[in-house]
Design a protein around this ligand. Structure first.
Ligand SMILES: NC(=O)c1ccc[n+]([C@@H]2O[C@H](COP(=O)([O-])OP(=O)(O)OC[C@H]3O[C@@H](n4cnc5c(N)ncnc54)[C@H](O)[C@@H]3O)[C@@H](O)[C@H]2O)c1
Length: 273
């Protein structure tokens, strides 16, 4: 009974909060999907704070937001980034745990242990640190908040030579569900996005550095029901929707932006696809 009263109170204040400017923290927002998300959220009316290891000041100036140099693999730096948003804008309304790296390619039996740790530190532990400090802050706010974590279609199927990346992206779907059920009664929603290969610097580098770039490109588009690579803005649109009140009863889900790739059976003979 106490819980349901709190939910109603939070929902009401969330409605009135539509009139104040909201703030958003986006990690890994200097380029690629994160940049598109930061730009989209600024267009949506958020004050956006960019957290990245690269210099994000020019982009922050452009979108009238702020930049905090942040390595998401360091919990103290993530905590400081969250504190920066609150100091600047009074609350943390939206958090996008986007930063990620693909890592070296090798079969698991040959995978370098230090490289495994680096990939898990950035891709998975970085998301955990964002959740840890972001959720704590949102809990203090009657208005709650909304979080989107960046998974991947690699979080639904095994990728050859990218074991730690695959493991992290599966785990992000899991931690998204755990956070959703832990905090759903506090007006906090947590979802994830699973893009297929999009036209971003990360994917362009991945294709160019692979042993057979033409094969890598065709293998990326080959399993798409829509035979093309989505653009970063397609992922930004999905993120904007999940963060918004339009998605107020959607939590714990991973939304593929995959051109239909996950509808197909990977590596199956053509007649099954
Ligand atoms: N591009 C795709 O097609 C695709 C597909 C599926 C999932 N993803 C995921 O989307 C996210 C963004 O990918 P992208 O393609 O835009 O990559 P990208 O390499 O173009 O950009 C990644 C950004 O993250 C930043 N970054 C890297 N390590 C960081 C760290 N330790 N701390 C803070 N920032 C860091 C980089 O400086 C860069 O600005 C990643 O999590 C990636 O796994 C991308």
């Amino acid at each position: 009974m106490v819980q349901s009263t709190r939910r109603i109170a939070a929902t009401r204040s969330f409605a009135s909060s539509a009139y104040r400017q909201k703030s958003a923290l986006v990690t890994g927002a200097v380029q690629g999907l994160g940049e598109a998300i930061a730009r989209r959220l600024a267009d949506d009316g958020y004050k956006v704070v960019i957290a990245d290891v690269q210099d994000g000041q020019p982009l922050a100036d452009e979108i009238k937001g702020e930049f905090v140099k942040t390595d998401v693999a360091d919990p103290k730096q993530v905590q400081a980034a969250v504190a920066h948003v609150v100091a600047a804008y009074g609350s943390l309304d939206a958090l996008v745990n986007n930063a990620g790296v693909v890592g070296s390619e090798a079969l698991l039996g040959d995978y370098d242990i230090e490289e495994w740790r680096r990939i898990i530190d950035i891709n998975l532990n970085g998301v955990f640190y964002g959740l840890k400090y972001g959720l704590k802050q949102m809990l203090r706010q009657e208005t709650g908040g909304s979080i989107v974590n960046m998974s991947s279609t690699a979080g639904f199927r095994g990728l050859i030579n990218l074991g730690p990346y695959t493991a992290a992206k599966f785990a992000i779907r899991g931690i998204t569900r755990a956070a959703a059920v832990e905090y759903g009664n506090n007006n906090i929603r947590v979802n994830a996005i699973a893009p297929t290969g999009c036209e971003t610097p990360m994917v362009k580098n991945f294709i160019e550095q692979s042993p057979d770039p033409a094969l890598s490109h065709s293998s990326l588009t080959g399993y798409h029901a829509i035979p093309a690579l989505p653009q970063a803005r397609d992922v930004a649109d999905a993120c904007s929707f999940l963060l918004s009140d339009q998605a107020r009863y959607i939590t714990g889900h991973t939304l593929p932006v995959d051109a239909g790739a996950l509808c197909r059976i990977a590596n199956a003979p053509e007649r099954f696809n």
